[in-house]
Write a protein that binds this ligand. Structure first.
Ligand SMILES: Nc1nc2c(c(=O)[nH]1)N[C@H]1C(S)=C(S)[C@@H](COP(=O)(O)O)O[C@H]1N2
Ligand SMILES: [Mo]
Length: 408
């Protein structure tokens, strides 16, 4: 049954108006406001313009007035932080963050997993300006030095009495590089990206970057059912959704995890990894495959990212994977943001299938395809990404290839 929300259509139309060229992504459950990147060419550039950055959320965009917005901080006690004062009194920094929806590539699962059918368009890199979480917590008197093993839970103002939009990240990550962002690419934060303030968690899946931030809680563990003193369910977005598991499996609630590395959790074969940092991934942005190109030297250009890890290597194939060549990494090199790569291709006339394959500093390489439901996590041993019920964290390279026609 769909629980289509009234007003969703108008909201999507309004976002499409503000972001010419972007397109709505199929969501047969009609539960999400889902808008994707403008085109392949987006992945030929390091900075993603706001107009080309994907949008995803479920509930209506809450009204937000920057001047009167407050964030409730709960630690031992409760403090109301005024956004205006945070901006005035604390340092403003910028972080580069490649935001990828954990469901990016979901549409490449066979059989289909339901929900928003992203192909590869739910990824973008922006410069987020904001206040470091470490500055906010220090100023509020949180004992940041002894609280390293604790967690920080962020709650959005789109939460309802039935259900909170709450996500928890380790306090150590929050203190390391997270910001409460109030700007995006030098502009005030747009409504659909979390105006007036959102959490930004560099290199981690989009779901961790809570928009319309209304509450921060320093807690002993991750958010669980009943762990917040507020009505409705608390833990859905941390403990039920956004977990990688086989069909029919009900993930268990945990207070903490051995490792927050998403890929490390997959390799450890534990139960239902959480989607925290982004798995190693790459996309060719140019040529786009939309227009025929003339034979000769063609610069192939794209982006590669690997969550908390650095991108070590990108290989490129112009013959559907028969042969591979090292691409050159270039351009900005910020933790948590993608790298550009390029390769000069001596192109002969004909139709060519371009594939890119990235490896991270730990030697993890993108798998070739997505496995079957029957294989589940065993697929990993054969270089396939595990088909999973939620369609999360897929990073197979073959489904993301580009077909280019070359003329003489
Ligand atoms: N409050 C709130 N924050 C949210 C969401 C949401 O529904 N509510 N969606 C999350 C998901 S799943 C993603 S992928 C990112 C998308 O951020 P963007 O729309 O700015 O690209 O926001 C995250 N933050
Ligand atoms: Mo997402």
């Amino acid at each position: 049954m769909s629980d289509a929300r009234e007003g969703r259509r108008e909201e999507i139309e309004a976002i499409l108006d503000r972001k010419p060229g972007t397109s709505e992504t199929r969501d047969e459950t009609e539960r999400y406001t889902a808008v994707g990147a403008a085109s392949r060419a987006t992945f030929g550039n390091w900075l993603t313009p706001i107009e080309e950055h994907f949008v995803l959320h479920r509930n209506p965009i809450p009204d937000g007035d920057a001047d009167s917005w407050t964030i409730t901080l709960v630690d031992d006690g409760e403090t109301e932080l005024s956004l205006a004062e945070l901006i005035e009194e604390l340092p403003t920094v910028a972080v580069a963050h490649t935001m990828e929806c954990a469901g990016n590539g979901r549409g490449q699962h066979d059989p289909e997993t339901g929900n928003v059918q992203w192909d590869c368009e739910a990824a973008g890199t922006a410069l987020w300006t904001g206040t470091p979480v470490s500055s906010v917590l220090r100023a509020a008197g949180v004992d940041v030095d002894t609280d390293e093993d604790r967690w920080l839970t962020a709650i959005g103002a789109d939460s309802t009495d039935e259900e909170a939009f709450a996500r928890s990240i380790p306090l150590s990550k929050a203190l390391d590089d997270c910001v409460l962002a109030h700007g995006m690419n030098g502009q005030p934060l747009p409504d659909e990206h979390g105006h007036p303030v959102r959490l930004v968690v560099p290199g981690w899946y989009g779901v961790n970057s809570v928009k319309w931030l209304s509450e921060l809680r320093v807690m002993d563990g991750m958010v669980r059912e009943g762990s917040l003193d507020r009505p409705g369910s608390h833990a859905r977005w941390q403990q039920d959704e956004y977990r990688i598991h086989a069909a029919g499996e009900e993930p268990a609630e945990n207070e903490t995890v051995e490792t927050t590395g998403t890929w490390a959790q997959l390799e450890a074969g534990g139960t239902a990894p959480y989607t925290f940092d982004e798995t190693v991934m790459s996309l060719v942005g140019r040529p786009t495959g939309e227009d025929a190109r003339t034979q000769g030297t063609i610069e192939v250009r794209g982006v590669a990212w690997a969550g908390d890890e650095r991108v070590e290597r990108v290989e490129l194939s112009t013959d559907d994977g028969d042969s591979w060549h090292d691409a050159e990494l270039f351009g900005p090199d910020y933790r948590g943001a993608w790298r550009l790569f390029r390769y000069d291709w001596e192109a002969d006339p004909g139709e060519h299938r371009l594939l890119s394959r990235a490896s991270d500093e730990r030697g993890r390489t993108q798998p070739e395809t997505i496995g079957t439901p029957e294989e589940s996590f065993d697929a990993l041993d054969d270089g396939r990404y595990p088909w999973n019920e939620g369609g999360y964290a897929a990073n197979a390279f073959r489904p993301n290839g580009v077909t280019v026609e070359v003329t003489d």
